[in-house]
Ligand binder design. Structure first.
Ligand code: BGC
Length: 500
């Protein structure tokens, strides 16, 4: 048909006809493309349905978490609670008068960091003087505890050497981002490993003791006091130095968790009724008792079954960076098997566990060009419909993660409001974690879940590192204050004697 048109004498007419034909072809293609996308879209949506959580469902999840939090705080219910609600012995947030030089250790992901932090009272700021990063190879993550702590002690030794700090004994904050039963600020028993770590001989042991033993084994330096901190607490404390209304810390990174300031009278496992204490909720464990069975999808179950810690941290596995990419990969596999993607052809890469990285999700949501590049790198033969369907899958999985986090955070914020008997609460949440920072949807619009609370989010700058220093600084300030009080008590006695 196109060649016959070229025989026409009138060139203008030919051109006009060709243009018209092209437009028709484009329209037809668009129509055909929209039809095929629409049909695939509806079939895909059906498979994604279990990931969509209505507002009603989120409220149900929130109510369950509220009950689990109370169970976790209770003296007699704690031992079987899935949400552990661990006392941190951090009793105050910063008041701006903290100061001094500190060392901070940070272990929680695939790297270990040592930092030298200076807290400056006059300028109300924390300055990272220097820091060093040491990778934790997989064989150490899965080796013995002794190997892990020797590796940490060696890295610390190198840093102290490079900073000429070996002669000094600076107070140290240790951010250890795993669930620990804290007995005191410097005694912390690991309950269980999460996030890909599984070193033998550490669960049930005091982590500070293991660190000190490793340092003694070396014998080339010593440390003074150590304050143990969870990364959520570090985040809350570092944000709290900038904004003193910050009383919640939240992490959405490799793992997920939150902490908040709870009234002491509700912390039944710690003596004392007055004041507040920061509670590390360990909300990642929510659902470990089966309470989230109704929202778990077949994909979540596979992720859990094939993880190194099956049955542990159910909620975390639906939300955090360590698992989101794998959930997407499993869904893509299923859609391909159903011939809804890539003409039914799976590539070797897509078939391989953990090849779809969590960072691909936000990249794909950012633009179809990224999707095309990533799909090509994964060895897949794709068309535009495939790219759009993959984007839809990514959006669905990340939305679920954001909505679950929002529901959990709403539960905490509302608990603080009720604790204080307030009709409305205005509060600040310190946040950290790559998933939160890289993904726009993660900055949750919370209003629909907590109409009575106004929440400000403050992104932490290096909360795990600087926060550990801040916890140590606050602990020092409080120790100093109580020492002053005791001393002045003594003076009063003396004064009494002098008077009488
Ligand atoms: C750990 C928490 C930690 C969170 C974020 C979880 O796996 O259990 O202690 O706060 O990850 O790093």
């Amino acid at each position: 048909m196109i060649t016959s048109l070229w025989h026409l004498k009138d060139k203008g007419l030919v051109q006009r006809s060709v243009t018209l034909l092209n437009i028709k072809l484009i329209r037809f293609r668009c129509f055909f493309w929209s039809c095929s996308f629409a049909s695939l879209y509806f079939k895909t949506v059906k498979h994604l349905e279990p990931f969509r959580l209505s507002l009603e469902k989120l409220k149900v999840v929130s109510t369950r978490l509220r009950k689990d939090m109370i169970r976790g705080l209770g003296k007699h219910t704690h031992h079987r609670a899935a949400v552990k609600m661990l006392p941190t012995f951090v009793r105050a947030t910063p008041d701006g008068t903290e100061k001094g030089d500190f060392l901070a250790l940070d272990l929680g992901g695939t790297n270990f960091r040592v930092l030298h932090v200076r807290v400056m009272e006059e300028e109300q700021k924390m300055v990272k003087m220097d820091s060093q990063l040491c990778a934790i190879p997989q064989e150490i993550m899965l080796g013995t505890g002794e190997q892990l702590f020797d590796h940490i002690a060696a890295c610390l030794s190198e840093f102290l050497d490079s900073q000429n700090l070996k002669g000094q004994t600076l107070p140290m904050g240790f951010t250890f981002s795993f669930p620990c039963e804290q007995k005191e600020i410097d005694k912390s028993i690991l309950i269980r490993w999460t996030k890909g770590f599984n070193c033998s001989g550490v669960e049930g042991e005091d982590v500070v003791k293991l660190l000190k033993e490793a340092i003694h084994r070396r014998g080339d330096y010593d440390i003074s006091s150590v304050a143990m901190v969870n990364d959520t607490v570090g985040t809350m404390m570092s944000c709290g130095y900038r904004d003193q209304t910050c009383e919640i810390g939240m992490i959405i990174g490799t793992g997920t968790n939150a902490c908040y300031m709870e009234e002491m009278k509700n912390v039944k496992r710690v003596e004392g009724e007055d004041g507040q204490m920061c509670i590390n909720t360990e909300w990642g464990g929510f659902g470990d008792d089966g309470s989230l069975e109704d929202i778990l999808t077949e994909f979540d179950k596979v992720v859990d079954r094939t993880s190194i810690n099956p049955g542990v941290h159910t909620f975390e596995k639906m939300i955090s960076g360590m698992y989101l990419g794998e959930i997407v990969r499993l869904v893509l596999m299923k859609l391909t098997e159903k011939k809804l993607l890539f003409k039914g052809e799976v590539s070797e890469a897509l078939r391989t566990k953990e090849t779809f990285e969590t960072k691909f999700i936000s990249m794909i949501e950012d633009g179809l060009e990224n999707a095309k590049k990533i799909l090509t790198e994964l060895g897949l033969t794709w068309d535009l419909v495939d790219a759009r369907v993959v984007r839809l899958v990514c959006e669905t999985i990340s939305s679920r993660s954001a909505r679950l986090c929002a529901a959990a955070l709403a539960t905490i914020v509302d608990r603080i409001r009720v604790n204080r008997g307030l009709p409305h609460l205005k509060t600040t949440v310190g946040v950290d974690g790559t998933v939160y920072k890289k993904h726009p949807k993660m900055q949750p619009s919370m209003h629909f879940l907590t109409p009575d609370c106004k929440i400000k989010f403050l992104v932490s700058e290096d909360g795990s590192g600087k926060g550990a220093a801040m916890v140590t600084a606050v602990a020092q300030r409080l120790a100093l204050q109580s020492r002053l009080l005791e001393e002045s008590d003594g003076e009063e006695d003396e004064e009494e004697k002098v008077r009488s």
